[in-house]
Design a protein around this ligand. Structure first.
Ligand SMILES: *Cc1c(COP(=O)(O)O)cnc(C)c1O
Length: 407
């Protein structure tokens, strides 16, 4: 088995780079994207071959992934994540029951969709002989790196802002990541890692600063297409931090079209952020090509607390080219959705996923999308990693039970 990778390409200038060897960013400091020989792939592999694949989870899309040898594949038992249509909680969004569908990424190893990207980054690191990886993270990327690196026998160092949720730093430690808290933001963590590369010899797998995490995130788009019988929804709401998933899905759709595996209209891509950290929304509203650094970023949805994204222009491009939009919601709206969808539907969303539900509600109210649109929301992590309501009622088994309280 070999890969269909032809070369790497600077996402900004289009300059080509050879695909063998270790690469971070392009000579102008922009992300590198993996390109494939799609005409050869299309001749040798068909959509039907993919459909009968028995590989676990997204590894069924291996022909569209960069790992050349199956022995370099690092897997922890990935699954195809389910599509759960909102029925009983649709009214909270003001939507028709069944029209808003949650792609529930919480079922992946380490409880978040970061598993997709880090599985690919670690597999490629293994293929390229890297022995030590490092990542700056607000939480989920750290635990996913730790888990996959341990699985591969590669060392992992994880630097987190000191306000990262404790559950994330603890799960990272527990899965073998050497974890450190930094009194700063994710950018400060990234700088320490970049500055230490020569001294320590680690390779940084920061968001979009190496070409392979996006290839993992891309599988969300292929998987969604296959699950929907090679059609796509009208609108996708995506909780946007670094934007890897949104950019990755948009890349996947382009590849599927070129292969002739889909020929439907493409979804409108909606970048969802928190009002406490909305650089992409601000840039979209201002018609800018790049986003400005967001000062004093603050939101409980820590996965989207990203004040500056290296792929800002790619996010904005995908949003515009798709006829989508960028929209922000408050933490209050986010918490109301976590609570409402959990209690009424039995589906525990993470705050980032709940932000997409809150944004969908606003978009329906403002007429940005229609009641007949089929909408997919991404629930990017398990709600079990975040604070949950306290249970305050207790019962004394030795006293007389007041059954009225159960009424
Ligand atoms: C990282 C993360 C995001 C943002 O993902 P990007 O693709 O980098 O924009 C959203 N939600 C959760 C739970 C995350 O961990």
């Amino acid at each position: 088995m070999a890969s269909y990778v032809s070369h790497l390409e600077c996402a900004f200038t289009g300059r080509h780079y050879p695909a063998d060897g270790l690469h971070s960013i392009s000579d102008v400091g922009k992300p590198l994207l993996v390109r494939y020989d799609l005409s050869r792939l299309g001749k040798e592999i068909s959509r039907a071959d993919i459909e009968i694949s028995s590989e676990p989870g997204f590894w069924r899309y291996s022909p569209l992934l960069p790992v050349a040898k199956s022995r370099d594949r690092v897997s922890l038992g990935e699954v195809i994540t389910p599509l759960v249509a909102l029925e009983r909680s649709a009214h909270l969004i003001g939507a028709t029951p069944g029209k808003v569908i949650v792609k529930d990424e919480s079922r992946l190893p380490t409880g978040s969709f970061k598993a997709r990207g880090l599985a690919l980054a670690v597999s490629m690191a293994k293929q390229l002989g890297v022995e030590h990886l490092a990542v700056p993270t607000n939480g989920n990327a750290g635990s996913a790196l730790a888990a996959y690196a341990s699985r591969a026998g590669i060392r992992a160092t994880v630097l987190c802002p000191d306000n990262t949720p404790e559950i994330n730093t603890q799960e990272t430690e527990a899965q073998g990541g050497d974890t450190h808290l930094v009194n700063g933001l994710i950018g400060d963590c990234g700088k320490i890692i970049a500055d230490g590369s020569d001294d320590v010899g680690w390779f940084a797998v920061s968001t979009l600063k190496e070409p392979y995490r996006i290839e993992g995130k891309k599988t969300m788009g292929i998987e969604l297409a296959e699950q929907m019988d090679w059609r796509l929804p009208d609108v996708i709401f995506y909780p946007t931090g670094g934007g890897t998933g949104l950019i990755g899905m948009w890349k996947a759709f382009a590849e599927l079209i070129e292969l002739g595996w889909i020929d439907c209209e493409l979804p409108r891509m909606v970048a969802v952020q928190s009002t406490g950290c909305a650089p992409i929304v601000k840039a979209w509203e201002g018609g800018a090509e790049f986003a400005e650094f967001w000062e004093n970023a603050e939101t409980d949805a820590s996965g989207i607390r990203v004040p500056a994204a290296l792929g800002d222009f790619l996010i904005l491009r995908a949003v515009r080219d798709s006829g989508g939009f960028a929209i922000s919601v408050s933490d209050d709206e986010i918490h109301r959705m976590v609570e409402g969808i959990g209690r009424q539907e039995g589906l525990l969303m993470c705050p980032e996923g709940a932000a997409t539900a809150a944004a969908c509600k606003v978009a329906l109210e403002r007429g940005l999308i229609g009641m007949d649109d089929t909408v997919v929301l991404f629930n990017t992590a398990t709600g079990l990693k975040y604070p949950m309501p306290e249970v305050t009622s207790s019962i004394d088994k030795d006293a007389e039970i007041d059954y009225q309280i159960f009424g």
